[in-house]
Design a protein around this ligand. Structure first.
Ligand SMILES: [Zn+2]
Ligand SMILES: [Zn+2]
Length: 133
């Protein structure tokens, strides 16, 4: 059972089905803008398996035949649906209650990847925020 939700808790979802594919990390320009992030991790489940427990997300067509949904209250990106694989829906992996439970296995749309993305693994790492000064 996959369970998750948005930042404010208005939208809660669950899927009793196993993921259809190993998760992937998408670098496409649409995901960058939709999430305000350099990439988005997705997990794909059967569309019919995705159930909402309280509020429904709102959706908009981000490209022809593509619907993205997000929480109307807090804006958290939640799902991606494409008419070419209409029986599936992608869920933002990091909105899972346990985002460490599933691990992306590849990067897609790297033609759109930001030029600094490849160096992220070499940056200094701090357990919490930067120290002042
Ligand atoms: Zn929310
Ligand atoms: Zn994308």
């Amino acid at each position: 059972m996959l369970k998750g939700g948005c930042l404010c808790g208005s939208v809660r979802y669950r899927s009793a089905a196993a993921p259809l594919y190993p998760p992937t990390l998408c670098h496409c320009r649409s995901c960058q803008r939709a999430a305000g992030a350099h990439a988005v991790a997705w997990v794909t489940v059967p569309r019919a398996s995705l159930e909402y427990e309280a509020a429904l997300p709102v959706a908009f067509a981000s490209s022809p035949g593509v619907m993205r949904s997000f929480c109307a209250h807090c804006g958290t990106p939640l799902t991606y649906w494409n008419r070419h694989r209409a029986d599936e829906i992608d869920v933002t992996l990091c909105t899972l209650d346990d985002p460490n439970a599933l691990v992306p296995v590849d990067h897609i749309w790297t033609q759109d990847a930001l030029h600094w993305e490849a160096g992220l693994g070499t940056l200094p790492r701090r357990a919490q925020t930067r120290t002042p000064g």
